[in-house]
Each structure stands twice: as structure tokens, then as C-alpha cells.
Design a protein around this ligand. Structure first.
Ligand code: CUA
Length: 318
């Protein structure tokens, strides 16, 4: 708000639901810091003048501590810090937990580009189209080194790591084109690893989506699943030597070690690339690794396919 009024070029536009909340906290921290900086600096100057050494007043008079003063300067900062902590934690949890109905976009970062794929198919490079007014979740991994996806106008930034998934979510509020940066030094062309987020009215976004011709990740994943021969073992029926994947995603899985876990993207990815790491109770460690046979985009497509089995199998009445 303050930034908008004075149009300080230091502050990017506020184009997501999170942006005004992040800015409000930032301005609160700035205000508190400014107040105490001025107060302390002012006291130093005033005391230095008022209690300076003067003829006839050569020796300082020692003052014993004041309990009331000490309690005041302990309790007030404590309360202020607790306000910062609670406010910051609320914002952190809001930024870290995407709403369950968020639209999903997959992203693979590599030196030096951002690849995005929408669940209905369209792929983009260094450009991300999103609708305004709807939450969007970006599930990200890297093909090589650590990158970081940063959209200043949305006040969101998340590291993108090789070997695991991270996510970021936002809900754009204003149609427009916003900068997208890599915010983690990732090699010589790091500064060129930039692009734009195009926030569109939902109707325009639907039109844009319909213009794409690429197969959806779930369809591409189904083909990959067959091409890699996964379906020879992973199938329903008595001869199945590996778990049937229908309805797997999001379910609780019991391992041979007795541990349980929830089948999420990270678990599925690990099971494709390092199958021996976690064996489901009742099965043998017979699956070969697909490391090198399937790239990060392929893994995301396989995950999308397995998720799609989930929605047809486990969809409640609606
Ligand atoms: Cu990617 Cu810096």
C-alpha cells in the first residue's frame, strides 16, 4: 500500500494474495527498526551533550541499576519479538501450504532455462501462463544444480533442487506480465535464467490452454509406463509381482521394515530411480533402477499418470 502510494521503484508490484501480507510484515519490521534506531541514536546524542565533562563536574556520578527500567527494556522487546515471530510464522505457513484445490504445474529447471508443463498438456519455456483468482502450485525439480524460482511481484521464492521435489504456490490477483528469476547462482548464464509469468483472466487462460496441442503429462506418462515395460509387473491380478499402482497416490503405504509413509511425489520418484530404497511389505526387491532411462520430465509424467489412476479409482461420489 505504502509502496503503491509513493511508487517506490524499490518495491515490485503487488500481484498475488500473498504480496500485501508480506509487505505489511516488512513495513512493520522496518517501522520497529527505524523507531528504535532513532530512539537509541537520539539518546546517545542527548546524553553525550547533557552529561558531558564540564569544569566543576569532572567525576562521573555512578548510578545504581533500576529494576523498573531493566524490566521495561527486557519485556517490551520480548513482546515485540513475539509479535514478529507469530506474524512471520503465520505468513510462512500460508506461503508453504498450497490449498488442496490448487492447479498444478510441473517445472524442471536446468542450466539455464525454466521448463513448465500444465496438467492439461501445454509446455512452456521461460514463460508461465496462470489464471488470476485461482491458486496455482508449481511442483519443481532440477536436472542439474540448485536453482531458485523467484517471482517478486508475487513475493514467492523457492529453491529448486536436483534429486527431490519442492513446491511453491501463489494466487495471482492482477492480470499482467511479471518477471520470473533464478535466484540461486547456478553457473555462467545464471543471470540469463529469467522469464515471465503471464497472469490472465480465467477465460483467457482457458483459451490459451486450449491452444496447446501437447499430450497431457498423465497421457504421456501412460505411454512411457507402457514403453518402459512397467505394466508387465505393475498390474492388477494374481501374477502381479509388484504393487498395483491404482489408487496408490496419497495412500498410506506399509514397508517391509514396518514403517509407514504417505505415497507422495517424492516417494514415487524415489521408487522409480532407487527402487530398493523402500520396499512395500509383501513384495520382493526385484525392480531394476530406471536411473538414466527416464529423465526428470519423464518421472513427472509417470507421477502424473499414477495420480490419474488415483482420481479414477478413488474419487468419492460428487
Ligand atoms: Cu538457475 Cu541461477
Amino acid at each position: 500500500m505504502i509502496a503503491a502510494r509513493f511508487s517506490l521503484p524499490l518495491f515490485p508490484e503487488q500481484a498475488s494474495t500473498l504480496a500485501p501480507r508480506v509487505d505489511a510484515l516488512l513495513f512493520f519490521l522496518l517501522a520497529v527498526s527505524t523507531f528504535f534506531t532513532l530512539l537509541i541514536a537520539g539518546c546517545i546524542v542527548v546524553f553525550a551533550i547533557r552529561y558531558r565533562r564540564r569544569p566543576g563536574n569532572e567525576v562521573a556520578e555512578q548510578v545504581r541499576g533500576s529494576d523498573r527500567l531493566e524490566i521495561a527494556w527486557s519485556v517490551i522487546p520480548l513482546l515485540l519479538c513475539l509479535v514478529m515471530y507469530v506474524w512471520g510464522a503465520q505468513l510462512y505457513f500460508a506461503a508453504a501450504s498450497p490449498p488442496p484445490d490448487a492447479l498444478e504445474v510441473y517445472s524442471v529447471a536446468k542450466q539455464w532455462m525454466w521448463k513448465f508443463q500444465h496438467l492439461s498438456g501445454p509446455r512452456e519455456i521461460n514463460e508461465l501462463h496462470v489464471p488470476v483468482g485461482l491458486p496455482v502450485k508449481v511442483l519443481m525439480t532440477s536436472q542439474d544444480v540448485i536453482h531458485s524460482l523467484f517471482v517478486p511481484a508475487f513475493r514467492v521464492k523457492q529453491d529448486v533442487l536436483p534429486g527431490r521435489y519442492t513446491q511453491l504456490w501463489f494466487q495471482a490477483t492482477t492480470p499482467g506480465t511479471y518477471h520470473l528469476f533464478c535466484a540461486e547462482y547456478c553457473g555462467t548464464l545464471h543471470s540469463g535464467m529469467i522469464g515471465q509469468v503471464v497472469a490472465m483472466e480465467p477465460a483467457d487462460f482457458q483459451r490459451w490452454l486450449a491452444g496447446g496441442t501437447a499430450a497431457s503429462p498423465a497421457v504421456a506418462g501412460e505411454k512411457l509406463f507402457a514403453d518402459l515395460g512397467c505394466d508387465t509387473c505393475h498390474r492388477a491380478g494374481a501374477q502381479a509381482r509388484c504393487p498395483d499402482l491404482a489408487g496408490l497416490f496419497g495412500r498410506t503405504v506399509t514397508l517391509t521394515t514396518g514403517q509407514t509413509l504417505t505415497a507422495d511425489e517424492g516417494y514415487v520418484r524415489e521408487s522409480i530411480l532407487t527402487p530398493g530404497a523402500k520396499i512395500v511389505a509383501g513384495y520382493e526387491n526385484i525392480m531394476p533402477t530406471y536411473q538414466g532411462l527416464v529423465n526428470e520430465e519423464g518421472v513427472l509424467q509417470l507421477i502424473a499418470y499414477i495420480k490419474s489412476l488415483q482420481t479414477t479409482e478413488a474419487k468419492g461420489p460428487s
